[in-house]
Design a protein around this ligand. Structure first.
Ligand SMILES: *[C@@H]1O[C@H](CO)[C@@H](O)[C@H](O)[C@H]1NC(C)=O
Ligand SMILES: *[C@@H]1O[C@H](CO)[C@@H](O)[C@H](O)[C@H]1NC(C)=O
Length: 411
Protein backbone atom coordinates (compact mmCIF):
# COMPACT_ATOMS: atom_id res chain seq x y z
CA UNK A 1 0.00 0.00 0.00
CA UNK A 2 2.67 2.43 1.03
CA UNK A 3 4.69 1.57 -2.07
CA UNK A 4 1.73 2.36 -4.33
CA UNK A 5 1.31 5.67 -2.57
CA UNK A 6 4.89 6.72 -3.25
CA UNK A 7 4.79 5.53 -6.85
CA UNK A 8 1.63 7.61 -7.38
CA UNK A 9 3.24 10.68 -5.82
CA UNK A 10 6.31 10.13 -7.99
CA UNK A 11 4.21 9.85 -11.16
CA UNK A 12 2.25 13.01 -10.36
CA UNK A 13 5.51 14.78 -9.61
CA UNK A 14 6.98 13.68 -12.94
CA UNK A 15 3.89 14.81 -14.87
CA UNK A 16 3.93 18.18 -13.08
CA UNK A 17 7.62 18.56 -13.84
CA UNK A 18 7.06 17.86 -17.55
CA UNK A 19 4.17 20.32 -17.67
CA UNK A 20 6.33 22.96 -15.99
CA UNK A 21 9.13 22.40 -18.49
CA UNK A 22 6.71 22.72 -21.41
CA UNK A 23 5.25 25.93 -19.99
CA UNK A 24 8.73 27.32 -19.49
CA UNK A 25 9.73 26.49 -23.08
CA UNK A 26 6.60 28.11 -24.46
CA UNK A 27 7.23 31.25 -22.40
CA UNK A 28 10.85 31.47 -23.51
CA UNK A 29 9.88 31.09 -27.15
CA UNK A 30 7.22 33.79 -26.79
CA UNK A 31 9.61 36.24 -25.17
CA UNK A 32 12.16 35.56 -27.89
CA UNK A 33 9.68 36.16 -30.64
CA UNK A 34 8.68 39.43 -29.14
CA UNK A 35 12.33 40.42 -29.27
CA UNK A 36 12.56 39.85 -33.03
CA UNK A 37 13.12 43.32 -34.37
CA UNK A 38 13.30 44.33 -37.99
CA UNK A 39 16.94 43.88 -38.75
CA UNK A 40 18.34 46.85 -40.54
CA UNK A 41 18.54 45.91 -44.22
CA UNK A 42 22.25 46.62 -44.32
CA UNK A 43 22.92 44.37 -41.37
CA UNK A 44 20.67 41.67 -42.67
CA UNK A 45 22.50 41.59 -45.93
CA UNK A 46 25.81 41.26 -44.16
CA UNK A 47 24.45 38.24 -42.38
CA UNK A 48 23.36 36.86 -45.69
CA UNK A 49 26.77 37.53 -47.14
CA UNK A 50 28.17 35.06 -44.70
CA UNK A 51 25.43 32.59 -45.32
CA UNK A 52 25.82 32.48 -49.06
CA UNK A 53 28.04 33.27 -51.95
CA UNK A 54 25.79 33.77 -54.88
CA UNK A 55 27.20 35.57 -57.81
CA UNK A 56 25.20 35.58 -60.99
CA UNK A 57 23.02 38.47 -61.95
CA UNK A 58 19.85 36.41 -61.99
CA UNK A 59 20.42 35.24 -58.49
CA UNK A 60 20.96 38.80 -57.51
CA UNK A 61 17.59 39.78 -58.83
CA UNK A 62 16.09 36.91 -56.92
CA UNK A 63 17.85 38.15 -53.81
CA UNK A 64 16.36 41.57 -54.16
CA UNK A 65 12.95 40.00 -54.02
CA UNK A 66 13.92 37.65 -51.27
CA UNK A 67 14.74 40.62 -49.12
CA UNK A 68 11.06 41.44 -49.01
CA UNK A 69 10.00 37.88 -48.73
CA UNK A 70 11.88 37.57 -45.49
CA UNK A 71 9.92 40.51 -44.34
CA UNK A 72 6.67 38.82 -45.13
CA UNK A 73 7.73 36.00 -42.87
CA UNK A 74 8.66 38.38 -40.14
CA UNK A 75 5.33 40.07 -40.36
CA UNK A 76 3.62 36.95 -39.16
CA UNK A 77 5.95 36.59 -36.19
CA UNK A 78 5.80 40.01 -34.79
CA UNK A 79 2.68 41.71 -33.70
CA UNK A 80 2.86 45.41 -34.24
CA UNK A 81 6.29 46.73 -35.05
CA UNK A 82 4.80 49.99 -36.12
CA UNK A 83 6.27 53.00 -34.46
CA UNK A 84 4.55 56.29 -35.00
CA UNK A 85 5.65 58.10 -38.15
CA UNK A 86 8.64 55.93 -38.93
CA UNK A 87 8.92 57.36 -42.44
CA UNK A 88 9.74 60.82 -41.23
CA UNK A 89 13.40 60.39 -40.56
CA UNK A 90 13.95 57.92 -43.31
CA UNK A 91 14.81 59.67 -46.46
CA UNK A 92 17.28 57.25 -46.97
CA UNK A 93 20.88 56.42 -47.71
CA UNK A 94 22.05 55.35 -51.11
CA UNK A 95 21.10 51.77 -51.33
CA UNK A 96 22.30 49.75 -54.19
CA UNK A 97 22.03 46.06 -54.39
CA UNK A 98 25.36 44.71 -55.52
CA UNK A 99 25.65 40.99 -56.05
CA UNK A 100 22.73 40.36 -53.81
CA UNK A 101 24.07 42.44 -50.97
CA UNK A 102 22.87 45.86 -50.12
CA UNK A 103 25.70 48.30 -50.04
CA UNK A 104 25.86 51.80 -48.82
CA UNK A 105 27.24 53.94 -51.59
CA UNK A 106 30.54 55.10 -50.23
CA UNK A 107 33.08 54.67 -52.99
CA UNK A 108 36.16 56.82 -53.10
CA UNK A 109 35.65 60.34 -54.34
CA UNK A 110 36.30 60.28 -58.07
CA UNK A 111 38.93 62.62 -59.48
CA UNK A 112 38.68 64.93 -62.41
CA UNK A 113 40.14 63.16 -65.43
CA UNK A 114 40.40 65.24 -68.54
CA UNK A 115 40.54 62.23 -70.85
CA UNK A 116 37.29 60.83 -69.47
CA UNK A 117 35.01 60.73 -72.54
CA UNK A 118 32.03 62.04 -70.55
CA UNK A 119 33.66 65.43 -69.90
CA UNK A 120 32.43 68.50 -71.73
CA UNK A 121 34.21 71.75 -72.26
CA UNK A 122 32.08 74.21 -70.29
CA UNK A 123 32.80 76.90 -72.86
CA UNK A 124 30.63 74.98 -75.35
CA UNK A 125 27.67 75.40 -73.06
CA UNK A 126 25.38 78.40 -72.79
CA UNK A 127 23.33 78.42 -69.63
CA UNK A 128 20.18 80.47 -69.27
CA UNK A 129 17.14 80.34 -67.02
CA UNK A 130 16.88 78.30 -63.88
CA UNK A 131 14.27 75.56 -64.16
CA UNK A 132 14.55 73.85 -60.82
CA UNK A 133 16.10 74.00 -57.40
CA UNK A 134 16.71 71.40 -54.73
CA UNK A 135 18.50 71.44 -51.38
CA UNK A 136 21.93 70.92 -52.78
CA UNK A 137 21.65 71.64 -56.47
CA UNK A 138 20.06 73.82 -59.07
CA UNK A 139 18.97 72.97 -62.60
CA UNK A 140 19.26 75.35 -65.54
CA UNK A 141 18.24 75.30 -69.14
CA UNK A 142 21.28 75.02 -71.38
CA UNK A 143 22.30 74.93 -75.00
CA UNK A 144 25.23 72.81 -76.01
CA UNK A 145 26.92 73.54 -79.30
CA UNK A 146 29.22 70.52 -79.62
CA UNK A 147 28.55 66.85 -80.00
CA UNK A 148 27.16 65.45 -76.76
CA UNK A 149 29.69 63.19 -75.02
CA UNK A 150 27.11 60.40 -74.80
CA UNK A 151 26.95 60.37 -78.61
CA UNK A 152 30.71 60.04 -78.85
CA UNK A 153 30.56 57.13 -76.45
CA UNK A 154 27.68 55.47 -78.27
CA UNK A 155 27.14 56.78 -81.79
CA UNK A 156 24.13 54.54 -82.34
CA UNK A 157 22.14 56.91 -80.13
CA UNK A 158 22.54 59.86 -82.47
CA UNK A 159 19.01 59.64 -83.85
CA UNK A 160 17.56 59.93 -80.34
CA UNK A 161 18.74 63.49 -79.88
CA UNK A 162 17.30 66.39 -81.74
CA UNK A 163 19.55 69.13 -83.03
CA UNK A 164 17.89 72.52 -83.21
CA UNK A 165 19.98 75.01 -85.21
CA UNK A 166 23.04 72.92 -84.47
CA UNK A 167 22.32 73.13 -80.78
CA UNK A 168 21.37 70.43 -78.28
CA UNK A 169 18.95 71.53 -75.59
CA UNK A 170 19.96 70.20 -72.20
CA UNK A 171 19.17 70.50 -68.53
CA UNK A 172 22.25 71.44 -66.51
CA UNK A 173 22.47 70.45 -62.90
CA UNK A 174 25.01 72.11 -60.62
CA UNK A 175 25.71 71.94 -56.90
CA UNK A 176 24.66 75.04 -54.95
CA UNK A 177 27.91 75.25 -53.02
CA UNK A 178 31.28 73.55 -52.97
CA UNK A 179 30.45 71.68 -49.77
CA UNK A 180 28.29 69.45 -51.95
CA UNK A 181 31.01 68.70 -54.47
CA UNK A 182 31.95 65.30 -53.17
CA UNK A 183 28.40 64.02 -53.28
CA UNK A 184 28.02 65.54 -56.71
CA UNK A 185 31.08 63.72 -58.07
CA UNK A 186 29.60 60.49 -56.79
CA UNK A 187 26.39 61.24 -58.55
CA UNK A 188 28.33 61.69 -61.80
CA UNK A 189 29.86 58.24 -61.38
CA UNK A 190 26.46 56.83 -60.58
CA UNK A 191 24.96 58.32 -63.74
CA UNK A 192 27.78 56.89 -65.85
CA UNK A 193 27.12 53.50 -64.38
CA UNK A 194 23.43 53.64 -65.16
CA UNK A 195 24.12 54.60 -68.74
CA UNK A 196 21.48 55.36 -71.30
CA UNK A 197 17.90 54.23 -71.43
CA UNK A 198 15.33 55.98 -73.59
CA UNK A 199 12.89 56.33 -70.74
CA UNK A 200 15.29 57.38 -68.04
CA UNK A 201 16.54 60.91 -67.65
CA UNK A 202 20.02 59.87 -68.68
CA UNK A 203 23.23 61.81 -68.41
CA UNK A 204 24.51 63.08 -71.75
CA UNK A 205 27.70 64.65 -70.47
CA UNK A 206 29.29 66.16 -67.42
CA UNK A 207 32.06 68.32 -66.11
CA UNK A 208 34.03 67.14 -63.12
CA UNK A 209 36.26 70.18 -63.14
CA UNK A 210 36.14 71.42 -59.56
CA UNK A 211 35.27 75.00 -60.55
CA UNK A 212 32.44 74.04 -62.90
CA UNK A 213 30.88 70.84 -61.70
CA UNK A 214 27.82 69.92 -63.73
CA UNK A 215 25.70 67.12 -65.07
CA UNK A 216 23.99 67.51 -68.42
CA UNK A 217 20.82 65.57 -69.11
CA UNK A 218 18.22 65.64 -71.78
CA UNK A 219 15.85 68.58 -71.53
CA UNK A 220 12.23 67.64 -70.97
CA UNK A 221 10.22 70.57 -72.27
CA UNK A 222 6.79 69.44 -71.05
CA UNK A 223 7.68 69.24 -67.38
CA UNK A 224 6.41 66.47 -65.15
CA UNK A 225 3.44 64.21 -65.72
CA UNK A 226 1.67 65.18 -62.51
CA UNK A 227 1.64 68.85 -63.48
CA UNK A 228 0.65 68.03 -67.03
CA UNK A 229 -2.31 65.93 -65.86
CA UNK A 230 -3.46 68.40 -63.26
CA UNK A 231 -3.14 71.33 -65.57
CA UNK A 232 -4.79 69.79 -68.59
CA UNK A 233 -8.06 70.92 -70.07
CA UNK A 234 -10.18 67.76 -69.96
CA UNK A 235 -12.16 68.80 -73.02
CA UNK A 236 -9.20 69.52 -75.25
CA UNK A 237 -8.18 67.34 -78.17
CA UNK A 238 -4.65 67.24 -76.83
CA UNK A 239 -5.86 65.75 -73.59
CA UNK A 240 -7.94 63.12 -75.38
CA UNK A 241 -4.87 62.01 -77.30
CA UNK A 242 -2.78 61.97 -74.16
CA UNK A 243 -5.38 59.78 -72.50
CA UNK A 244 -5.24 57.32 -75.38
CA UNK A 245 -1.56 56.96 -74.67
CA UNK A 246 -1.64 56.34 -70.95
CA UNK A 247 -0.93 52.68 -71.57
CA UNK A 248 2.04 53.49 -73.77
CA UNK A 249 3.46 55.86 -71.20
CA UNK A 250 2.95 53.22 -68.52
CA UNK A 251 4.76 50.66 -70.64
CA UNK A 252 7.72 52.94 -71.20
CA UNK A 253 8.04 53.66 -67.50
CA UNK A 254 7.81 49.94 -66.75
CA UNK A 255 10.57 49.41 -69.33
CA UNK A 256 12.75 51.97 -67.59
CA UNK A 257 12.13 50.36 -64.22
CA UNK A 258 12.87 46.90 -65.60
CA UNK A 259 16.14 48.35 -66.90
CA UNK A 260 16.94 49.72 -63.43
CA UNK A 261 16.29 46.25 -62.03
CA UNK A 262 18.98 44.87 -64.35
CA UNK A 263 21.29 47.57 -62.96
CA UNK A 264 20.28 46.52 -59.48
CA UNK A 265 18.87 49.90 -58.67
CA UNK A 266 15.72 50.39 -56.66
CA UNK A 267 14.08 53.69 -57.57
CA UNK A 268 12.14 54.28 -54.32
CA UNK A 269 10.15 57.27 -55.53
CA UNK A 270 8.10 56.15 -58.50
CA UNK A 271 5.38 58.77 -58.94
CA UNK A 272 3.90 60.96 -61.64
CA UNK A 273 5.92 63.93 -60.37
CA UNK A 274 9.10 62.01 -61.25
CA UNK A 275 8.07 61.31 -64.81
CA UNK A 276 9.25 64.08 -67.11
CA UNK A 277 7.95 64.49 -70.62
CA UNK A 278 9.87 65.66 -73.63
CA UNK A 279 8.36 67.96 -76.18
CA UNK A 280 7.18 64.86 -78.04
CA UNK A 281 5.64 63.47 -74.84
CA UNK A 282 8.20 60.77 -74.44
CA UNK A 283 8.24 59.94 -70.74
CA UNK A 284 11.53 59.90 -68.86
CA UNK A 285 11.77 58.69 -65.32
CA UNK A 286 14.02 60.84 -63.16
CA UNK A 287 15.32 60.86 -59.60
CA UNK A 288 16.46 57.26 -59.54
CA UNK A 289 18.47 55.70 -56.77
CA UNK A 290 19.38 59.02 -55.29
CA UNK A 291 19.68 59.83 -51.64
CA UNK A 292 18.97 62.86 -49.55
CA UNK A 293 22.37 64.39 -50.14
CA UNK A 294 22.22 63.97 -53.87
CA UNK A 295 18.97 65.59 -54.73
CA UNK A 296 17.10 65.34 -57.90
CA UNK A 297 16.19 67.20 -61.02
CA UNK A 298 12.80 68.14 -59.71
CA UNK A 299 12.02 70.52 -56.95
CA UNK A 300 11.02 68.85 -53.74
CA UNK A 301 9.03 70.76 -51.25
CA UNK A 302 9.70 68.61 -48.23
CA UNK A 303 12.02 65.81 -47.43
CA UNK A 304 9.63 63.29 -46.00
CA UNK A 305 8.77 60.02 -47.62
CA UNK A 306 5.73 60.41 -49.80
CA UNK A 307 3.59 58.13 -47.68
CA UNK A 308 0.80 57.84 -50.21
CA UNK A 309 3.12 56.08 -52.66
CA UNK A 310 4.87 53.80 -50.21
CA UNK A 311 4.45 50.05 -49.95
CA UNK A 312 3.47 48.59 -46.57
CA UNK A 313 6.74 46.71 -46.06
CA UNK A 314 8.68 49.96 -46.54
CA UNK A 315 6.61 51.75 -43.95
CA UNK A 316 7.00 48.94 -41.53
CA UNK A 317 10.61 47.91 -42.08
CA UNK A 318 12.17 50.62 -44.21
CA UNK A 319 13.26 48.19 -46.89
CA UNK A 320 12.85 49.05 -50.52
CA UNK A 321 12.90 46.53 -53.34
CA UNK A 322 11.76 46.11 -56.90
CA UNK A 323 8.42 45.06 -55.48
CA UNK A 324 8.04 48.22 -53.42
CA UNK A 325 8.67 50.14 -56.64
CA UNK A 326 5.94 48.01 -58.23
CA UNK A 327 3.53 49.15 -55.53
CA UNK A 328 4.37 52.80 -56.26
CA UNK A 329 4.04 52.12 -59.96
CA UNK A 330 0.45 51.04 -59.24
CA UNK A 331 -0.12 54.41 -57.59
CA UNK A 332 1.42 56.12 -60.63
CA UNK A 333 -1.11 54.31 -62.85
CA UNK A 334 -3.83 55.48 -60.52
CA UNK A 335 -2.58 59.06 -60.82
CA UNK A 336 -2.87 58.78 -64.58
CA UNK A 337 -6.38 57.37 -64.70
CA UNK A 338 -7.64 59.82 -62.08
CA UNK A 339 -6.03 62.58 -64.17
CA UNK A 340 -3.63 63.74 -61.54
CA UNK A 341 -5.58 62.69 -58.48
CA UNK A 342 -4.02 62.95 -55.04
CA UNK A 343 -3.98 59.46 -53.53
CA UNK A 344 -5.65 59.21 -50.12
CA UNK A 345 -6.47 62.90 -50.14
CA UNK A 346 -7.59 64.11 -46.74
CA UNK A 347 -6.55 61.01 -44.80
CA UNK A 348 -4.43 62.00 -41.84
CA UNK A 349 -0.90 60.63 -42.20
CA UNK A 350 -0.55 58.58 -39.02
CA UNK A 351 -3.90 57.00 -39.68
CA UNK A 352 -2.95 56.33 -43.29
CA UNK A 353 0.31 54.68 -42.23
CA UNK A 354 -1.67 52.34 -39.98
CA UNK A 355 -4.11 51.56 -42.74
CA UNK A 356 -1.37 50.83 -45.26
CA UNK A 357 0.46 48.52 -42.88
CA UNK A 358 -2.72 46.71 -41.98
CA UNK A 359 -3.49 46.29 -45.67
CA UNK A 360 -6.68 48.30 -45.39
CA UNK A 361 -6.11 50.74 -48.20
CA UNK A 362 -8.14 50.63 -51.30
CA UNK A 363 -7.95 53.51 -53.71
CA UNK A 364 -11.08 54.04 -55.70
CA UNK A 365 -10.34 53.37 -59.34
CA UNK A 366 -12.34 55.46 -61.83
CA UNK A 367 -14.99 53.52 -63.71
CA UNK A 368 -13.74 54.34 -67.17
CA UNK A 369 -10.32 52.80 -66.46
CA UNK A 370 -9.64 49.95 -68.90
CA UNK A 371 -10.22 46.62 -67.20
CA UNK A 372 -6.65 45.52 -67.79
CA UNK A 373 -5.20 48.60 -66.10
CA UNK A 374 -7.67 48.21 -63.25
CA UNK A 375 -6.47 44.65 -62.69
CA UNK A 376 -2.83 45.69 -63.01
CA UNK A 377 -3.24 48.30 -60.28
CA UNK A 378 -4.78 45.73 -57.99
CA UNK A 379 -1.92 43.25 -58.49
CA UNK A 380 0.63 46.02 -57.86
CA UNK A 381 -1.07 46.59 -54.52
CA UNK A 382 -1.03 43.01 -53.28
CA UNK A 383 -0.12 43.23 -49.59
CA UNK A 384 2.44 40.47 -49.95
CA UNK A 385 5.29 41.66 -52.14
CA UNK A 386 5.78 38.15 -53.48
CA UNK A 387 2.45 38.29 -55.20
CA UNK A 388 3.19 41.51 -57.05
CA UNK A 389 4.45 41.15 -60.63
CA UNK A 390 7.98 42.08 -61.68
CA UNK A 391 8.56 45.06 -63.96
CA UNK A 392 9.59 42.72 -66.72
CA UNK A 393 6.22 41.02 -66.49
CA UNK A 394 4.41 44.36 -66.31
CA UNK A 395 6.25 45.68 -69.36
CA UNK A 396 5.32 42.55 -71.23
CA UNK A 397 1.65 42.78 -70.32
CA UNK A 398 1.58 46.41 -71.39
CA UNK A 399 3.50 45.96 -74.61
CA UNK A 400 0.93 43.48 -75.88
CA UNK A 401 -1.79 46.08 -75.68
CA UNK A 402 -0.23 49.53 -75.83
CA UNK A 403 0.04 51.64 -78.93
CA UNK A 404 3.39 52.07 -80.63
CA UNK A 405 5.36 55.03 -79.33
CA UNK A 406 5.48 56.63 -82.73
CA UNK A 407 1.84 57.64 -82.46
CA UNK A 408 2.51 59.44 -79.26
CA UNK A 409 4.88 61.87 -80.85
CA UNK A 410 2.21 62.95 -83.33
CA UNK A 411 0.65 65.61 -81.22
C1 LIG B 1 41.23 58.76 -67.31
O1 LIG B 1 40.21 58.33 -68.22
C2 LIG B 1 40.71 57.49 -69.25
C3 LIG B 1 39.57 57.22 -70.20
O2 LIG B 1 38.43 56.75 -69.53
C4 LIG B 1 41.25 56.22 -68.63
O3 LIG B 1 41.78 55.37 -69.64
C5 LIG B 1 42.37 56.58 -67.66
O4 LIG B 1 42.82 55.43 -67.00
C6 LIG B 1 41.85 57.58 -66.61
N1 LIG B 1 42.96 58.01 -65.77
C7 LIG B 1 42.88 58.05 -64.47
C8 LIG B 1 44.06 58.53 -63.73
O5 LIG B 1 41.87 57.69 -63.86
C1 LIG C 1 24.47 51.96 -77.48
O1 LIG C 1 23.09 52.19 -77.24
C2 LIG C 1 22.23 51.15 -77.66
C3 LIG C 1 20.81 51.61 -77.45
O2 LIG C 1 20.58 51.97 -76.12
C4 LIG C 1 22.56 49.88 -76.91
O3 LIG C 1 21.74 48.84 -77.35
C5 LIG C 1 24.03 49.53 -77.13
O4 LIG C 1 24.37 48.41 -76.35
C6 LIG C 1 24.92 50.70 -76.76
N1 LIG C 1 26.28 50.40 -77.10
C7 LIG C 1 27.29 50.59 -76.27
C8 LIG C 1 28.63 50.28 -76.80
O5 LIG C 1 27.11 51.00 -75.14
Amino acid sequence: MKNWFWILIGAIGAVLFIVLVIVAIVLIVKVRRRKVKPVHPLKRSTARKEASQRSTAQQTAVDATRETQDIDDMESLSGSLYSPQPWKSRRIQIRKIVDGKVEKGEPETPKWNISDPWQIDPSDLRISSRIGRGDSSEVFFGEFSEKLPLLKINSSLENKFELINNIYQVAVKMPVDSAKNKAFLKEIEFMKEIGYHENLLSMVGCSSEPKSLMILTEFCGQGNLQKLLRGSDKQSREFMILKLHFMTIARQIADALAYLVTKKIVHRDVAARNVLLTKKKKPKLCDFGMSRHIDDFTVRENERLPLQWIAPEVLEFGVFSEKSDVWSFGILLWEMYTIGGQPHAGVEETKLAHLIIKGNVALEIPEDTPEMMHQLMLTCWKPSSKERPTFEAIAQILSSSSAPEKLLSHF
